[in-house]
Design a protein around this ligand. Structure first.
Ligand SMILES: Cc1ncc(COP(=O)(O)O)c(C=O)c1O
Length: 474
C-alpha cells in the first residue's frame, strides 16, 4: 500500500487561511502606495524560482514568504487606484470571498445533477441581472432564451458565433459564410470567427464614422455585395463600448440590416454593459431587444473578479444544437426529464466553475444602489478629467466620452504623446495605455478601479501635464 499524502487539516487550513486573508487585506489597504507597474524584466520571476519542483513537503510559511519575495515584484497592480490602462479588471471584497467559497466547495457544475445549486444560482443571477440592467425580457430563463456565465467575452462571442453558424445552416455552408464587425471590434470577434471556421478573407471589417462607430450604410453595402456573389451573411457583431474609445455602435440600425438579410446579430458590450445598472446610462442598451445574443463582463466593471462574463441569447435552441453532445456516461434522470438546465451545453468545455457565487455575494453586498454609485463615480470622474483636458491649451479630447474612458492627445504629435506615456508610466505613480485613432497615437485614461477617487484622477492629470513639453498645469 502506498502512503497517503499529508493533507492540510481543517485546523491547519483555518490557521493558514487567516494568515492569507490578513495578507490580502493588507495588500488591499496598501495598494495606493505601490508603483502600479511591475518593473520585472523578462525572466526575472523564473530566475527566482527553483529549477526543479520540491521532492518533499515544504512548510506553508515558506510558500507565503516566497509569495512576497518572488511573486510580488512581478505583479502589476490592477486594483491600484492609479491603474488607468486597458479596461479595468474589477475585484472587491465580497467577490474574493465568493471565489474562496467556490474554491472551498470545489464543485464541478457541468450539469444540474452535478450540483443543483451551481446551476440554479447561475440561472437566478442571470435573471437578476436582467432586472438590474433593464435587459430585454426575451433573455430571461423562463422564455425561449436565457443566459450563461462564461469565462470571457471571447468565449461568449465564440459561442454566439457557433450558434449563428448553426442557425445559418450548420457546418455544411462553411465555404460561403461571412461575418461582419466594425474595424474597431475587439480582436476576439475575428478570433471567434476564425475558430468557427470563417477564414480572414470572409471576415469583413466595416468602416466607422467620425465617432469611431460602425457605419450601417457601409455594413448594408458590404452585405449586399456579398449576397450578390452568392456568399451567405452568417453574423453581424455590434460593439457597444469599443476597446479603443468606448464608441457605441448603432445597434438599432444594424438590427435593421440584420433583419433584412435574416442574419444573427451579436452585441459585444464587454466593458460598457455594466453601465446599464444606472438608468441614466441605459443608452448602452439601445436596440438590444432586437439582438440575438449579448455579452457583457461583470469582471471588467462590476466589482466581480475575473472570470465572470455573461452571455445571453434570445433563443437558446441554436446554441444548444451547436454545443450539446450527450455521451452515455453523462446521462442522468434530471437531464433526461428535460426539466433542468445543463450549462455544459451552453459552452465549449464540459467542466465549469461555480462563478455565480461571487456574483451573488457582490450583488447582495452592494445592492443596486451600491453598484450604481460605483459606476456613477467613475463616469463623473471621467467627465471632470475630460473637462480639464479640454481646458488645457495643448491637449484635446479626441473621442466622445460616453462612460469612463477618456481618449486624448497632446497637440505636439505622436512622438510627444509617446514620450508623455513613457514618462508617466515610468514614474510608477500611474499607469495609462494608448491606442491609435484616426491614425494618431492617442492616450487613454480608463477609470475603473474600485479604489479610484477624484484626488487620484486629479493627481494623474497633474502628472500628465508635468510630463508634457510645456510642463505647466492647465
Ligand atoms: C469590447 C471588448 N470585447 C471583448 C473583450 C475581451 O474580453 P475577455 O478578456 O473577457 O475575452 C474586450 C476586452 O477588453 C473588449 O473591450
Amino acid at each position: 500500500m502506498t502512503d497517503l499524502p499529508r493533507h492540510m487539516t481543517p485546523d491547519e487550513f483555518r490557521e493558514h487561511g487567516h494568515t492569507v486573508i490578513d495578507w490580502v487585506a493588507d495588500y488591499m489597504a496598501g495598494l495606493d502606495a505601490r508603483p502600479v507597474m511591475s518593473t520585472a524584466s523578462p525572466g526575472d520571476i523564473r530566475a527566482a524560482l527553483p529549477e526543479r519542483p520540491p521532492q518533499d513537503p515544504e512548510p506553508f510559511g515558506a510558500v507565503l514568504a516566497d509569495l512576497e519575495r518572488v511573486i510580488m515584484p512581478g505583479i502589476t497592480h490592477w486594483q491600484s487606484p492609479n491603474f488607468y490602462g486597458f479596461f479595468s479588471g474589477n475585484s472587491s471584497g465580497p467577490s474574493v470571498l465568493g471565489e474562496l467559497v467556490s474554491a472551498g466547495l470545489g464543485v464541478q457544475g457541468m450539469m444540474w445533477a452535478t450540483s443543483p445549486a451551481c446551476t440554479e444560482l447561475e440561472t437566478h443571477m442571470l435573471d437578476w441581472m436582467i432586472d438590474l440592467c433593464a435587459l430585454p425580457e426575451r433573455f430571461r430563463s423562463n422564455r425561449a432564451g436565457g443566459g450563461v456565465i462564461q469565462e470571457s467575452a471571447s468565449s461568449s462571442t465564440l459561442c454566439a458565433l457557433l450558434a449563428a453558424r448553426e442557425r445559418a445552416g450548420g457546418i455544411g455552408g462553411l465555404d460561403r459564410y461571412v461575418v461582419y464587425a466594425s474595424n474597431q471590434a475587439h480582436s476576439s470577434v475575428e478570433k471567434g470567427a476564425r475558430i468557427a471556421g470563417i477564414p480572414p478573407d470572409r471576415f469583413r471589417m466595416i468602416e466607422v464614422d467620425a465617432a469611431h462607430a460602425l457605419r450601417p450604410d457601409a455594413l448594408a453595402a458590404a452585405i449586399a455585395a456579398d449576397v450578390a456573389t452568392g456568399l451567405v451573411p452568417m453574423a453581424i457583431v455590434a460593439t457597444t463600448g469599443t476597446t479603443s474609445s468606448t464608441a457605441i455602435e448603432p445597434v438599432e440600425a444594424m438590427a435593421d440590416v440584420a433583419e433584412q438579410y435574416g442574419v444573427w446579430l451579436h452585441v459585444d458590450s464587454a466593458f460598457a454593459g455594466s453601465a446599464a445598472v444606472c438608468p441614466e446610462l441605459r443608452f448602452v442598451n439601445a436596440g438590444l431587444e432586437r439582438a440575438d445574443s449579448y455579452v457583457f463582463n461583470p469582471h471588467k466593471w462590476l466589482l466581480t473578479n475575473f472570470d465572470c462574463s455573461l452571455l445571453y441569447v434570445a433563443d437558446r435552441e441554436p446554441l444548444l444544437d451547436a454545443l450539446s453532445i450527450l455521451p452515455e456516461y453523462l446521462r442522468n434522470e434530471a437531464s433526461d426529464g428535460g426539466s433542468v438546465i445543463d450549462y455544459r451545453d451552453w459552452q465549449v468545455s464540459l467542466g465549469r466553475r461555480f462563478r455565480s457565487l461571487k456574483l451573488w455575494f457582490v450583488i447582495r453586498h452592494y445592492g443596486a444602489s451600491g453598484l450604481q454609485a460605483h459606476i456613477r463615480g467613475h463616469v463623473a470622474m471621467a467627465r471632470r478629467f475630460a473637462a480639464s483636458v479640454e481646458q488645457h491649451p495643448d491637449f484635446d479630447v479626441v473621442a466622445p466620452v460616453p462612460l469612463s474612458l477618456v481618449c486624448f492627445r497632446h497637440r505636439g504629435g505622436d512622438d510627444v504623446n509617446k514620450a508623455i506615456l513613457e514618462a508617466v508610466n515610468a514614474s510608477g505613480e500611474i499607469f495609462l495605455t494608448h491606442t491609435v485613432l484616426d491614425g494618431k497615437h492617442t492616450l487613454r485614461l480608463a477609470i475603473g478601479s474600485p479604489a479610484t477617487e477624484q484626488r487620484h484622477v486629479d493627481a494623474a492629470w497633474q502628472a500628465i501635464v508635468a510630463a508634457a513639453p510645456s510642463g505647466q498645469p492647465g
